[in-house]
Ligand binder design. Structure first.
Ligand code: 6PG
Length: 240
């Protein structure tokens, strides 16, 4: 596991963007990348569009999502819309490179369809798709993607994609399951802000058994790398 600590959310985004640029240059495409929703990715997406347009061969990158809200693609809540507004459209990423979860379709059928799309497009290990990179965030309750502490069974699901529910709003979500996330070649968490301090202390530190109640603590790629990009505030109680 690699922990990268930067001063601010903007610096976290920059640190990851530079890591990403080096990572892309070292690989042969196509590269299959799952995106996340959340606040730090928004900073990253703006930075990609503003400063990284000419630094990489974007056409070799295929974008998927780790989770999506069950809303239409033009809804302000849509993770796809956020990425589209902030970098996919500005960088003119070809539509054939964009593989979104269709939040406007009946959720159960869409979770199944997306799982099939992943099986068709990505290499498989043990029958599960292998992402080159999955970008994740973590909530203050320890959730990641849309795997919440009350739905720990999603960490062991036989499905590739599954239905989830936000514990407070009840909003329906579609999420990659734990086995697919842990099948990736590289998993990166982008986590910023004070509200994440306690969780990170437990998950990355001495949380022991207690940390097991948090979905994010179960993300450990079986044959890949795990990176945490944190800002000073989030990392305050983490000893490295
Ligand atoms: C989403 C997510 C979710 C997010 C965390 C952290 O769609 O909201 O994918 O798992 O990454 O809630 O969000 P922040 O970066 O905004 O704290």
């Amino acid at each position: 596991m690699h922990i990268h600590i930067s001063d601010s959310p903007a610096q976290v985004a920059r640190s990851f963007a530079e890591f990403f640029e080096g990572w892309v240059k070292e690989k042969q495409g196509p590269l299959h990348i799952a995106l996340s929703g959340g606040s730090t990715p928004a900073v990253l997406y703006r930075l990609w569009a503003a400063e990284f347009a000419d630094l990489m061969d974007w056409e070799q990158l295929h974008f998927y999502w780790g989770d999506e809200r069950c809303v239409p693609p033009d809804d302000e809540e849509s993770n796809y819309k956020m990425a589209d507004d902030l970098f996919l459209s500005p960088l003119q990423i070809p539509s054939c490179n964009i593989h979104r979860m269709r939040g406007e379709l009946p959720p159960e059928a869409e979770a199944g369809r997306y799982g099939e799309e992943l099986k068709d497009n990505l290499p498989l290990i043990n029958g599960l798709p292998v992402f080159d990179l999955i970008i994740l965030g973590m909530g203050g309750d320890g959730h990641t993607a849309s795997i919440f502490p009350g739905q720990m069974e999603l960490l062991q699901s036989q499905e590739i994609c599954a239905l989830a529910k936000h514990p407070v709003s009840g909003q329906e979500r579609i999420t990659l399951t734990g086995p697919v996330i842990n099948n990736a070649r590289t998993v990166v968490f982008l986590v910023t802000g004070k509200s994440k301090q306690e969780r990170l202390q437990e998950i990355l530190g001495e949380g022991g058994e207690r940390a097991q109640q948090y979905p994010a603590a179960h993300i450990k790629p079986a044959h890949g790398q795990l990176h945490w990009f944190l800002d000073q505030q989030a990392a305050h109680k983490v000893s490295v």
